[in-house]
Design a protein around this ligand. Structure first.
Ligand SMILES: [Zn+2]
Length: 277
């Protein structure tokens, strides 16, 4: 899904669903709007984002489809989102996704934003450790992957994500990536209340495996930052199996598993409606 297709789909959605609120919360390096969509008015704020990484853009239509489904369902069944406010950010890295999609395969290995910074290594969570690890593996300058940037939050996309998350006092975050059919929910020794339980529910609903990230791949990520800054549950979902960019032929299979996983957020929210976790 290119940024132009995404923007067209967003216009359609907003035309047809009065219960979806649109927030433009920043601009990409190339000036594309960074869009969030908010549904529900409950007390607990959940932020689900996709496509930090350019060649993982299949997560954008996945999250968009889920958002459309929930928008429609919640009109018929207001109870669905009684206790939750959902913030959807389906395309964190619009310029990078455009590069991969328009390149005819030449940039299939591109994960970074268009300035060559890996957005998911650019957050202030032991960013210097991330820099050390990546530099030791040769990623010392802007490029397709693993360059952490000149400093934490150097990029407009990561900076806007951190500001949005902080401003809306988000309680739980879920970041969609590809691939591996895995769920990451830990960062260092942090153990936010409710995280283990929700992770187990995600695993049971999707069939995805709960996995720990090795230290050399850790630090500087959006989830790392969220968990360590707020001590609240943050998750990375590695959708599908294969080599990114995953083919759209996997879409339906991934959607069944990931949408079941995301629906656990509502179940959890209802059961813990009175406890802010
Ligand atoms: Zn990724």
């Amino acid at each position: 899904m290119t940024s132009a297709e995404f923007e067209t789909a967003a216009v359609e959605l907003l035309k047809n669903r009065s219960n979806v609120h649109h927030v433009v919360f920043g601009e990409s390096c190339l000036g594309r709007p960074l869009s969030a969509f908010v549904i529900g008015e409950g007390a607990k704020s959940v932020l689900i984002n996709a496509a930090h990484h350019a060649n993982e853009w299949i997560t954008t239509p996945l999250l968009f489809r889920f958002m459309e489904e929930i928008a429609e369902e919640s009109l018929k069944n207001p109870e669905l989102l009684k206790n939750v406010m959902l913030h959807f950010i389906p395309l964190v890295n619009p310029d990078g996704a455009d590069l991969v999609i328009h390149s005819g395969g030449r940039f299939n290995g591109w994960k970074a934003n268009i300035c060559g910074v890996d957005l998911n290594s650019n957050y202030p969570a032991n960013w210097h450790k991330a820099r050390e690890h990546k530099f030791s593996r040769g990623y010392t300058k802007p490029g397709a992957r693993d360059f952490v940037g000149e400093k934490a939050l150097s990029e407009p996309e990561s900076c806007a994500m951190a500001a949005y998350t902080t401003f809306f006092d988000i309680d739980i975050t879920v970041s969609l990536h590809t691939q591996g059919e895995e769920i990451y929910h830990k960062y260092m020794d942090f153990n936010p209340p409710g995280a283990d339980d929700l992770a187990r529910r995600f695993a049971a609903a999707s069939g995805y495996a709960l996995t720990n990230v090795p230290d050399e791949s850790s630090h500087g990520g959006y989830r790392d930052w969220f968990i360590s800054k707020f001590n609240r549950p943050g998750f990375t979902i590695e959708c599908g199996l294969g080599e990114s960019p995953l083919p759209l032929s996997q879409f339906d299979d991934i959607y069944v598993k990931v949408s079941a996983l995301l629906r656990e957020l509502f179940a959890d929210t209802h059961e813990n409606a009175n406890a802010r976790i």
